[in-house]
Write a protein that binds this ligand. Structure first.
Ligand code: BGC
Length: 420
């Protein structure tokens, strides 16, 4: 799209993409999560993408994207410690090769929430041996897979820590603040070292994490405790990670606890910053909840709530991008999407968020890419199979994929706003 002065706003090399994660599409018998969620007992292969990947990649070609973010399922690649499954590695290489044949650049995520079962049982993130295991896997992948320039080491490290170590709703299911801090140190140390490993094998690589950023607001503006929670959440979730990439030190201030400082070797270990953005969260002080925090979603903008009850708040994307621009490096929206059965809502959600990016570009923010979450309906970690984030609808009984109007809208949007 051109603005009134007829100047192109989205650069020619803007990365228009779609993001997925392996486990959410294909499951894996050796993954920790398969044993964690009973829903997967009935549908272990989920969309059967592992077998149907060629057809699914064709959908990307039809969409007209020029980049595709997907993850490697570690538990397929290393089903037992130190035992590498050649077939699985060849499978992911084939995905990369097919993408190149379609002129689509791969962006590969090494870790998207799941682990091999043995990793969780023997060396979970709060054990120091976790580092060597993850880095061995990283080196194996980076030295073996060909023609990948864009790498994401970890998807949403804070979500791993909150779910697995504070809330206990995801593996390893702990509620243990001291261990969460050890796990934080181990995960980010791995990021820093993986950054160097990737650059060793791929000198022109572009490496980041995908960080889930949210906008926080007090439930009642007049309530100083709600405001305190907003400030603490913003500090922890949005600020501390950005600060740690600038300084090499995490400053963690949980509500009503003394601040903790943790050194990690990640200073400047980023080539761009990946932002996953979905929603705004209102916070209410409630002494009966963990750390006194209750999360709320309110429909303040009048755009409604998603299928998962999340507020639709497109303006928040500008806010988090402006915040992330403190890193002074390219920003990529590595995920943005909506869970809904209503495809018109999906179209509106996408348009509103891309409009916000357009305004950010006009304001001079260095945004390089947008990845819609997600290609086809998939398994959603805590909500099972009914979230429906896909551009393509999946019938989980027949596994048939059917385009929603959001798929054709995304193609149109890509064409109209770029020179592809
Ligand atoms: C995660 C995805 C997830 C999506 C929607 C992101 O935080 O990276 O795996 O499906 O949000 O919840």
């Amino acid at each position: 799209m051109r603005n009134r002065t007829n100047k192109r706003i989205f650069p020619d090399d803007f990365q228009w993409g779609v993001a997925t994660s392996a486990f959410q599409l294909e499951g894996s018998p050796n993954a920790d999560w398969s044993a964690w969620d009973p829903v997967l007992g009935d549908i272990p292969r989920i969309t059967n993408h592992y077998a149907l990947f060629r057809e699914d990649l064709k959908l990307l070609k039809d969409l007209g994207v020029n980049s595709y973010r997907f993850s490697l399922e570690w538990s397929r690649i290393e089903p037992r410690p130190g035992v590498w499954d050649e077939e699985a590695i060849a499978h992911y290489q084939e995905i990369i090769d097919i993408l190149h044949s379609y002129n689509i650049d791969p962006m590969v995520t090494l870790h998207h929430f799941t682990h091999p079962r043995w990793f969780l049982e023997r060396t979970p993130w709060h054990r120091s041996a976790s580092r060597e295991k993850f880095l061995r896997y990283t080196e194996m992948m980076v030295s073996t897979l060909r023609n990948v320039r864009d790498w994401i080491t970890f998807n949403e490290p804070y979500v791993i820590l909150i779910g697995g170590y504070l809330d206990g709703c995801t593996p390893p299911g702990l509620r243990d603040v001291p261990r969460s801090l050890v796990a934080l140190k181990n995960i980010f140390t791995c990021h820093g070292k993986a950054y160097d490993i990737i650059h060793h094998y791929v000198p022109d690589a572009r490496v980041s994490i995908a960080h889930n950023m949210s906008v926080f607001a007090p439930w009642k503006k007049w309530n100083p405790l709600d405001r305190l929670l907003r400030n603490r959440a913003n500090f922890f979730y949005n600020h501390s990670i950005i600060n740690a990439f600038k300084t090499g030190v995490f400053v963690i201030k949980f509500p009503f606890m003394r601040p903790v400082e943790i050194e990690v070797p990640i200073k400047d270990k980023l080539d761009f910053f990946g932002v996953n953005y979905y929603t705004r969260i209102h916070l209410r002080f409630n002494p009966f909840k963990k750390m006194g925090v209750e999360l709320r979603h309110l429909d303040i903008d009048g755009h409604g709530l998603t299928n998962l009850g999340w507020e639709i708040h497109p303006r928040g994307l500008a806010k988090v991008l402006r915040y992330a621009s403190r890193l002074n490096m390219p920003l990529v929206i590595t995920e943005n999407g909506i869970a809904t059965h209503d495809t018109e809502e999906k179209v509106k959600y996408m348009k509103r968020h891309v409009d916000v990016i357009e305004r950010c570009l006009k304001d001079g923010l260095d945004v390089r890419g947008y990845y819609y979450w997600t290609l086809i309906d998939n398994y959603e970690w805590l909500q099972g199979l009914d979230a429906r984030f896909g551009l393509y609808h999946v019938n989980f009984k027949t596994l048939k994929r059917t385009p929603t109007s959001a798929a054709s809208y995304y193609s149109y949007l890509i064409q109209s706003r770029s020179s592809l």
